[in-house]
Design a protein around this ligand. Structure first.
Ligand SMILES: [Zn+2]
Length: 596
């Protein structure tokens, strides 16, 4: 029997009462929805949330053995104790969680054989399934965080979403001075915006119904899960949760106004870290390395030398080279001799005129940024820029494996390129630089469209047309329709340009349809602009903030509200993508403090 106001829906951000063995008939306990009511089932046993990793038993389904789901609970209030010496890291804005397995210092069994680790390692294998059929069987992770309510730290959980395991790594942890092995899992949290941030428990129940085929159970899954099953890991940039939040300070209060709300530890605020100067103090430091906001923060705060009041470009150029290796599918580490040639020529062409070409400096000194690894140097040379020794030993260097993995996401890559361009390289020919690096297109909203007319483009790279200025999109039925809706008036300045033959406007893709952006050709991805604002939008001189205000990228000053038409809704994800290209994504914006 189910009913009441809760139904079987789990909504992200909702806090549930999760006391053990409570009557599932009761909808609310102590003012919160009863998790056992929401997940009540005639078929499945009552769920458990008492441990960190709580699998529901597998059933024998038509396609094979199928586990309905694994319920994950992160307990930040226990972190730091012998029982739970680790800190899970939640970065829900970027859809990422670092979660530690259940091996403990007092365990004598081999790592990976504890119940939780064994279950998650098995799930990882399913999540890496190569075919859609394999992935359809894969078990969903439902993630909860323990929160304090009613002055008690126990018995309440906040629902955080549905996750897939991207990666697992065996690590060494410390408890009371003793190190012990464990696993650390990198989870991707899926976007549930199509379901209004809700998961229907009926999906999990269907997965636990042996009479239902896996395909039938899949029909009840969230849209992003179905897309992931269909396309696998390649779909991740599309289906990962990316909460778009208003600028800090104006964040609406979610849910109850109760105090004592304790979400899992957020990443340390960059300014706090700088002020206290004790970054190594936080036990999450090594884990936090992975997170997008930390990556951007580090890119923004490179220690660079000043020469005559100008910033040296050695490190930013070497990092752009590192990004280009990931973007072009090459190994993230390269032998010194290759680095010397490639970054050496970048420094010669794009370094400060008075700087010498010394690639050995960024090669070794970038290690302090914690974004960069060097392998193959003896300890006494590990921090010395010694070109002759490097020539002899040929060590390997490049961005770290974790950074490379993050940069595998085109969205993160666009953001990283934007941060480096905007912070260190504003006064050089960015188009020439990015072209040389194989990153052309990252400096324009449109990207590069391969010329379809020119069949010689394989041998003639110039045939690729880089769109760095305004271009007129061929009038399709789609663009004609939006232009008509707006009466050819610019959505930024309302100008309706008259020509000898009537009014004129241009349609601009928000997320360019050319490489590397690969945006969709759809109405929600189009703006109607005058030629001037089209040029500014494409060259990233203006962007649209989360409130719908058009702003200048140079100083964030407002230009005016974006003019909207009720029949022409825009996709916030595309606007966010364009902001990221401008280096003005919400995350970056928040880190800058209230510049606007
Ligand atoms: Zn205009």
């Amino acid at each position: 029997m189910r009913g009441g106001p809760v139904g079987s829906l789990l909504r992200v951000g909702d806090v549930f009462r999760s006391a053990r063995n409570r009557d599932p008939e009761v909808a609310f306990i102590d003012g919160h929805p009863n998790i056992h009511h929401v997940t009540a089932s005639e078929r499945l046993a009552q769920i458990q949330l008492s441990k960190g990793i709580n699998p529901i038993a597998k059933i024998k389904a038509p396609g094979g053995l199928r586990r309905p789901c694994i319920l994950i609970r992160s307990s930040p209030w226990k972190a730091g104790t012998t029982e739970t010496p680790w800190h899970d890291v939640f970065d829900l804005d970027n859809g990422r969680i670092l979660y530690f397995g259940d091996h403990r210092v007092d365990h004598t069994v081999p790592v990976g054989t504890t119940q939780g680790n064994a279950v998650l390692l098995e799930a990882l294998e399913e999540h890496q399934g190569l075919t859609a059929e394999q992935r359809a069987l894969a078990v969903p992770l439902l993630v909860f965080a323990a929160v304090s309510r009613n002055k008690t730290p126990k018995g309440y959980v906040e629902f955080c979403g549905v996750a897939v395991i991207d990666h697992a790594e065996q690590i060494e942890q410390q408890a009371e001075g003793i190190s012990f092995p464990n696993y650390r899992y990198e989870l991707s949290v899926l976007d549930l915006s199509a379901e209004d941030d809700r998961v229907d428990w009926a999906w999990i129940e269907a997965r636990g119904n042996p009479e239902l085929s896996t395909a039938d159970a899949l029909k009840l899954a969230p849209r992003s899960w179905r897309q992931w099953v269909e396309q696998g890991h390649a779909a991740m940039p599309e289906v990962r949760r990316r909460a778009v939040r208003p600028p800090r300070g104006r964040e609406p209060v979610r849910q109850s106004s109760e105090s004592g709300r304790e979400l899992p530890p957020q990443l340390p605020a960059p300014r706090e870290r700088g002020a206290s100067g004790s970054a190594s103090r936080t036990p999450t430091e090594s884990s936090a390395e992975l997170m997008v906001s930390v990556l951007m923060d580090r890119l923004r705060n490179l220690r660079v030398h000043n020469r005559n009041g100008r910033q040296s470009r050695h490190k930013p150029l070497a990092l752009l080279w590192g990004i280009s290796r990931v973007a072009t599918g090459r190994p993230h580490l390269a032998p010194w001799r290759e680095f010397r040639e490639e970054v050496g020529s970048l420094l010669a062409e794009f370094g400060l005129p008075e700087s010498s070409v010394t690639p050995e400096y960024p090669f070794v000194h970038l290690q302090t940024s914690r974004l960069w690894d060097v392998h193959g140097l003896p300890p006494d040379l590990g921090a010395v820029a010694h070109a002759a020794a490097f020539d002899r030993l040929n060590p390997e260097g490049g961005v770290t494996e974790q950074v490379a993995r993050l940069l595998g996401d085109p969205f993160v890559r666009s953001q990283a390129v934007a941060v480096l361009r905007e912070t260190y390289l504003t006064d050089i020919d960015q188009h020439a630089l990015l072209e040389q690096l194989g990153l052309a297109g990252y400096e324009s909203a449109g990207g590069i469209e391969d010329s379809t007319e020119d069949h010689e483009r394989e041998t003639v790279p110039a045939a690729r047309r880089t769109v760095t200025s305004s271009r007129v999109i061929r009038d399709t039925a789609l663009t004609a329709k939006v232009k008509k809706l707006h009466g050819d008036r610019c959505q930024v300045c309302a100008l309706q340009l008259s020509t000898r033959f009537g009014t004129y406007s241009e349609a601009a893709h928000i997320r360019g349809i050319g490489r590397p952006h690969n945006g969709p050709d759809e109405q929600a991805n189009l703006l109607v602009l005058c030629p001037n604002h089209h040029v500014q939008f494409d060259t990233l001189a203006i962007y649209i903030d989360t409130e719908g205000t058009v702003r200048s990228t140079a100083n964030n000053s407002p230009i005016g509200p974006l003019r909207k038409h009720p029949s022409h809704p825009l996709d916030e994800a595309h606007l966010r993508y364009h902001r990221a290209l401008c280096g003005r994504d919400t995350t970056a914006h928040a880190n800058h403090g209230g510049t606007s």
